[in-house]
Design a binder for this molecule. Structure first.
Ligand code: ADP
Ligand code: ZN
Ligand code: MG
Length: 482
């Protein structure tokens, strides 16, 4: 058994309309090489000019992660040769990153964990290489698409504070939630606008020195991140158990085979020959500018969760589930505004609504939740007035999701009103008493439990619409005289 040490380098594409050094569009999915110009193609004689929106978004991301923002920062060239990098260097930041010393808190098994953010820096995306085969190994040729080249990117680097593959996934989920709240990125992992490289090492428990690490590149789903790290834990443990060293290398995650494969030995900073980019002036930021951007940030997930607990008296668990998505949080709050009873609303949203969203595979970041807060409030009012039972309410909700009809319409169309009318209920009870002499005798001779059976029979006879509490009362009156 070893202690697992993980640090992540997360890349996030910023949702600016245009690229970081030129006016080209950043839209995803256009025909290859149609969103390019001499600047982002790195042609000689062109000069980059910083997109101010990219700077603003990077600062806002840093602030949302609790970072200090630099008042003076510059861009550096990171030199390496790869076909998707037309200038043969990437403009990035080396020794003076825009943001430093932040932290992200998240829950692991009901315990709060804190992962420090070492730095957030601003850089440019490379283009995209498209291989003719499934991967580079079996390909006859590769094509390059430069549409992505020059999209603004931030790199978020954590300290090696993560202690398990599951924790790495939970950290990423929380990071994504925070970034989505700020609106600086759409964080679509399947489109690559959020992805990460994971550094991982093992050490004997109690050992102070960090072990040798490997880096797994380009993990583009939460599942891939956790699985790749679980594989690395197994692989490195086996090496250490056998008394063999872990080699420092860069590895590729093969999703099909469920293994990481060594791509190359790790390069050092000096291999990149970093130096300041002479084409870009350093950036200076005033305290005033930074504070203006801070004031433009929305309420963030942790703040919202704290407010939900305070204002609505919700348990911490509820507050966290509801605020994990800003769409769900807004839906919850709007429903409470109309209906009140925050805990009731929370139960319905966390239970039924999240279940239906998942079952129907609705992407609530892209499409609206199929019912409105008014619609849910109306349904809850019908349940609380006793017009329909709780269980019928759940069925009505599902029908609302699938048909878009209102709760009242569905209840009327399907005749789902709960029967509370005493005359009608008494008739049903008498019928059930006549048909079940055995259980009736049991009740009369003191076996109270048999009442539950009779209530069930009445519910069945009413096709679920009888008010169970009233049925219970009438049965007791009839059989026990109380
Ligand atoms: P590099 O120069 O290789 O990029 P950094 O010091 O910038 O290295 O660290 C990159 C990432 O690796 C960071 O997230 C850091 O927390 C993590 N890291 C560093 N050392 C280790 C280690 N021994 N085990 C696990 N993660 C590590
Ligand atoms: Zn361009
Ligand atoms: Mg680094």
């Amino acid at each position: 058994m070893y202690e697992v040490i993980i640090g992540l380098e997360v890349h996030v594409e910023l949702s600016t309309d245009s690229k970081i050094w030129c006016g080209c569009s950043t839209d995803f999915g256009a025909e290859a090489n149609t969103q390019v110009c001499p600047v982002c193609l790195g042609l000689p004689g062109t000069l980059p000019v910083l997109n101010e929106k990219a700077l603003e978004y990077a600062v806002k991301a840093g602030l949302a992660l609790g970072c200090e923002i630099a008042h003076f920062t510059k861009f550096d060239r990171k030199n390496y040769f790869y076909p998707d990098l037309p200038k043969a260097y990437q403009i990035s930041q080396y020794d003076l990153p825009l943001c430093r010393n932040g932290a992200v808190e998240f829950e692991v098994n009901g315990e709060t964990r804190r992962v420090r953010i070492a730095r957030v820096h601003l850089e440019e995306e490379a283009g995209k290489t498209v291989h003719s085969g499934d991967n580079i190994m079996g390909s006859e040729y590769s094509l390059v698409d430069y549409n992505r080249g020059g999209i603004p990117l931030i790199e978020i680097v954590t300290e090696p504070d993560i202690r398990s593959p599951e924790e790495a996934r939970l950290f990423m989920e929380k990071l994504r939630t925070i970034l989505l709240y700020t609106g600086v990125s759409d964080c679509k992992m399947q489109e690559g606008s959020l992805r990460c490289d994971a550094n991982i090492s093992l050490r004997p428990f109690g050992e102070a020195k960090l072990g040798e690490r490997t880096e797994v590149k380009n993990l583009n789903s939460f599942r891939a991140l956790q699985r790749a790290l679980e594989y690395e834990v197994r692989r490195q443990s086996a090496l250490l158990d056998a008394g063999e060293p872990v080699e420092r290398d860069t590895r590729h995650w093969n999703e099909q085979q469920g293994v990481t494969i060594s791509m190359r030995s790790k390069e050092d900073a000096q291999d990149y020959r970093y130096f300041p980019d002479p084409d870009l002036v350093p950036v200076t930021l005033t305290a005033e500018q930074i504070e203006t951007w801070r004031s433009e940030l929305p309420e963030l997930p942790d703040q919202k969760a704290a407010r939900f607990m305070e204002q609505f008296g919700l348990p911490k668990y509820d507050a966290q589930v509801l605020t994990a998505s800003k769409e769900v949080a807004a839906f919850f709050e709007a429903t409470v505004e109309r209906f009140g009873e925050p805990k009731t609303v929370s139960n319905w949203v966390m239970g039924e609504i999240l279940r239906l969203i998942k079952e129907m595979e609705i992407d609530i970041e892209q499409e609206p939740i199929p019912i409105s807060p008014e619609g849910l409030a109306e349904l809850l009012a019908l349940v609380s007035k006793g017009t329909i039972s709780n269980n019928v309410g759940k069925e009505v909700l599902e029908t609302m999701f699938k048909t878009g009809k209102s709760a009242a319409e569905i209840v009327k169309e399907q005749g789902l009103e709960q029967i509370s009318d005493t005359g009608e209920l008494e008739a049903l009870v008498d019928q059930v008493i006549a048909e079940n002499p055995g259980p009736v005798e049991d009740v009369k001779s003191g076996k109270e439990k048999a009442i539950g059976f009779l209530v069930g029979q009445v519910m069945k006879a009413s096709r679920g619409k009888a008010n169970p509490q009233r049925v219970n009362e009438i049965l007791r009156q009839r059989l026990l005289g109380s």
